[in-house]
Design a protein around this ligand. Sequence first.
Ligand SMILES: [Zn+2]
Length: 430
Amino acid sequence: MAVKKRPDEFFDDMETMSPAAREKYQREKLSQAIDHAFRHAPAVKELFDRADVSPKDIRTVKDLQRLPITRKTDLIERQKAHPPYGGYSAIPLEDIDRVFISPGPVYEPIQHAGIKWFAKAFWAAGFRKGDVVVNTFTYHLSPAGILFQEAIRDCGATAVPTGTGNTDIQVQTIYHLKATGFVGTPSFLMTVLKRAAEMGFAVKKDLCLKRAWFTGEMLSPSLRQTFESNYKIDTYQAYAVTEPGGALAYECRQKLGMHFMDEYIIEIIDPETGRQLGPGEIGEVVVTPLHNRNWGLVRFGTGDLSSYISEPCPCGRTANRLTGILGRTGDAVKVRGMFVIARQAEQVCLSFEPVARFQIAVSRRGQCDEMNLKLELKHELVGEAKQKLSDELSQHFQNVCRIRPDSIDFVSAGTITEGQPKIVDQRTWE
Ligand SMILES: [Zn+2]
């Protein structure tokens, strides 16, 4: 594949490592990270002892499968039992620079020296010296505000810590400082742009915004289109998770998936078995930081469902790419070996105009899973029109979710209520 690179395309050499170099790098760093966590974080030592595994046994990404997944609930429970850090802190307490607090609560000790790699995610989006960037993530409790602020600066750009909310002040600041960049969620950028129009600004003419970087929320293709075509704002997204330490994957100019950051081992696993899955298979994103010495997180289960692609990217970066977050492990049900995700099913069903609501019921017939789809319509359809909708929806469902409903039933208005779950698992296992 022809690689067209800009002279300043890459933030560092790691982004273009050969597969062999990446494997060597991961082996080396994984061993070091595991040894450090085992020696300094009592919770990690306990985890290894319970699994009857020694740090020497974990030398490759495949070896990680011998260890259980650590989840947010484990952090919460252990921190409650062994306050404040639950035995996960792997540095002397007096060396901690900052403590972040995420809902749970989970207290996260951070020592900042050397955390430069988030900048890659902003660099790939084109932030450079001379840019003025409003950072609209919160600066309270959670890490996003402060960490992204530093990353913006590490790209050479100037960061303005506007934080969340205060829409009028955001508009005013973007206008007065001639801000060129926005960092935040897609929905908040939309709020800001709409407010700017209400305040009498012609967004494209009066504001200098040309680039936006998003995380924390899905960027839908239609919203991306609106930003890029209507407002001429180039958009990029990244995948970030608080506990393992921030941005984990990021888009390049190709915008075809988010490149894995080499500072983490990212696995896609079957949440039921912990087994690693291959390219294209949907599973839970599991993260092991390689450079975060602050705390000993090994195989942290994010609860997010995604898949990855391993084909080379035209941008020249060689890391695998995450395809986007498809849902949460709790929103998904495995049917005939495939995850059906409530959000994906919703996208399919509601893309058909007559459909008002839907519900999926999964049951067992003999030794087989069966999936029934109930549809409630906005208005009555008869005969052929009903059959046509049923056929087309079934086909689209198969294309997107990779599994076809066994039956589609039309139910009368009011049968499916607002608060009902989108997927009901009626299977019993004897
Ligand atoms: Zn790329």
